[in-house]
Each structure stands twice: as C-alpha cells, then as structure tokens.
Design a protein around this ligand. Structure first.
Ligand code: FES
Length: 354
C-alpha cells in the first residue's frame, strides 16, 4: 500500500474518518512558494536571534561599570539583550513550528472516536505510514531546500545558545589581563600613580580614627567613583578596646593601625555580607549560613561552613589624617575559586607571578 493508503487505513482502523486530507498547495505554485518563504523567515529569525545571543554572551562588555562611567549604558544593556535575543529565538522557533503545521503539512480534517488500551502492531505501522506520508506530502525531504536550511540553521543556532551558557566560562579567560585580572584586584589597589585609596563612608566621606569609638565597627568603602557598588570592596573597620589581645596572621604583621583593624566584609563561604558583630566576644557572624569569624584570632572561622579567614586590608593614615589602604588585599576576597591558594603568600608577589 502507498503511504497515503496506509494513512487512510490507519485512520479507519482507529475509527477516524478523514473528511479532508491532502496537500495544501500545488507543489511549486506561487501559494506554495509563499508559504515556504513565510515559514523559512521565522526559522531564519530564530537563527539570527540565537547567534546574536551567542555573540552578546561572549563579546558584549559585561563587566560592572559605575553610574558615571562612559560604558555604563553598554553594561546596563547586557542582561536585557541576553534575555531579548534568547527569548526572541525561542519565540520565533515556536511561531515557525506553528506556521509549518498550518502552511506546509497536509491539510486534514478528521473525526475520531476514542478507544482504550495499547496500540496494536497494525496501528503502529499505519501511524508511521501516516507520519512519513505527511513528510512526503510536505516535500520536506525532496524539495524545499530553503525551508530545510533555515530549520537546520534555527536548530543549530538554538543548540549553540543552549550550550554557550554552560561552556561560555571556558571561552572567556578570567586571567586574560594577567596581574590585573578581576579576581586578583579590588578597588582598594593603589592607582597607577601610587595614590592610596581612602576608606570612606557610603556617601564618600573619608574616615578618621576619631570617627570610631573603642569597641565599635563601621562598614567602609573605597574612596573611588562608585566605590560603594563594587561587590568585592566593602570592608569592616574595627576599633578594638585598648589592650585587647589580638592574634595576627603570619605575613600580615603591621596591617593594622594602632587599635584599628580592617577586614573584608565578604564571607569566604559564598559571599554574603558579614555584618553581625558581637563586641563582647569579638565574633562576627554571617547571617546567610551562620559562619562565625573570630576578630581576636585574625578573623579565623570558628563556626559554620566558611573555611578561610576574612582577608585583612592593610591600613595606615595619610598626610591629612584619614585612613587609606596601604595596598590591595593580599589574598582572594569572598568565596574560593580554582586558583585560590595557588599563591600562598600573595602579599609578596602574587601579581608578578600571575
Ligand atoms: S555565605 Fe556566609 S556562611 Fe554562607
């Protein structure tokens, strides 16, 4: 039997009456070509949006820019563009598939009665006959090169878009800028001309020793444009009580200024802000998963999932009596990453080695 006969037989065996069944348009007719062009256009749009997504994901400048930076607009557009292009490609693929069903596959009007149970062998054969007949009649195998090409392009583009999210991290090299790569550097690093960065309040007011009472803590930010917005920048500045015994970690001697100690506020577990300071015990608590750090023991983690001490920022006073960071942190801020610990004493030469 021919495929069409099998399709009709299958319908009949299933109690389905094909009231109307046949190709939509005469192959090669103007209407047929119009339908093919319309469907192909949706698949081409799918491919274009998917490829645009991949391009934007990989190459658009996505690094954080402060509000007053020239590149702020480009940075702000990154996420919307990612969403628009991926969403657009999925939408156009959906429209294309609907258009394919409505304009290319055979026209069919069927009336079916319901039945229970599994399909018999003959049902499966007739069903596959019908499916292949639909493909035959649609001309998807023997002709319609443009449609086939656009469909392959759409599938390939979307497949690429689906995998780039997982593999993109391997394409982008986080160490491309060598010693200046983002994971090594925070806004506390002195400027190129050697200017040291002031410790400031959120509104940019520089901080002096008199601003803190003994036993208190204040959150400070780097005194650079948009300093309060950098995720790796917040620091807790402590003024401990006089004569309070404090353990200093090896290699960090002299990082404090008198009774003042500055530590990163970013938890070394998964990066929440560590904010809850208990004066009596010197414990600092991270509210996310209850890690506790001991200020009096070099910010060693003493409870919870964090496994590294909070990094200490070396501080001193500038000529006007304001706190400045002597240098950047000498170890990674926040959660660990693969290269973490590669340079055990980063303070000495991590940047030269990277
Ligand atoms: S992020 Fe601080 S304990 Fe998990």
């Amino acid at each position: 039997m021919s495929r069409e006969e099998l399709a009709r037989l299958g319908a009949k065996l299933d109690g389905v009456e094909l009231v109307e069944y046949g190709i939509r348009y005469e192959p090669g007719s103007p209407a047929d070509k119009r339908a093919e062009r319309a469907v192909s256009a949706w698949f081409l749009l799918t491919a274009i949006f998917a490829i645009a997504f991949v391009g934007i994901f990989l190459f658009w400048p996505h690094e954080y820019q402060t509000a007053y930076s020239d590149s702020q607009l480009a940075y702000a557009l990154y996420t919307p563009l990612i969403g628009l292009t991926l969403g657009g490609s999925l939408l156009f693929l959906g429209i294309g598939v609907v258009a394919l069903a409505k304009k290319i596959t055979p026209h069919e009007v069927a009336v079916q009665t319901r039945h229970d149970g599994f399909s018999a062998e003959v049902d499966r054969k007739t069903l596959s006959g019908e499916v292949f007949d639909v493909v035959d009649k649609s001309g998807l195998v023997k002709r319609r090169g443009v449609l086939k090409g656009s469909l392959v392009l759409a599938g390939g583009g979307l497949g690429l878009a689906a995998t780039v999210g997982a593999l993109g991290g391997f394409v982008k090299n986080p160490w491309a800028e060598g010693a200046d790569s983002q994971l090594w550097v925070t806004p506390w690093a002195p400027l190129a001309d050697g200017t040291k960065i002031r410790l400031t309040q959120q509104d940019g007011t520089p901080v002096r020793p008199e601003d803190l009472e003994a036993g208190s803590m204040s959150t400070v930010y780097p005194g650079v444009s948009g300093g309060a917005k950098f995720s790796d920048a917040p620091v807790m500045l402590f003024r401990v009580r006089p004569n309070q015994g404090i353990s200093i970690r090896t290699g960090q001697e002299g990082f404090q200024f008198g009774d003042y100690y500055a530590y990163s506020k970013i938890c070394t577990h998964v990066g929440c802000p560590v904010s809850l300071y208990e004066q009596q015990t010197g414990r600092v608590l991270c509210p996310c998963h209850q890690s506790q750090f001991d200020l009096y023991d070099g910010m060693r983690p003493v409870f919870g999932p964090a496994s590294r001490p909070l990094p200490q920022l070396p501080i001193e006073l500038d000529s006007e009596g304001y706190f400045v960071a002597t240098s950047d942190f000498i170890e990674a801020v926040g959660p660990g990453f693969w290269e973490n610990g590669k340079y055990p004493a980063w303070g000495s030469s991590p940047k030269e080695q990277s």
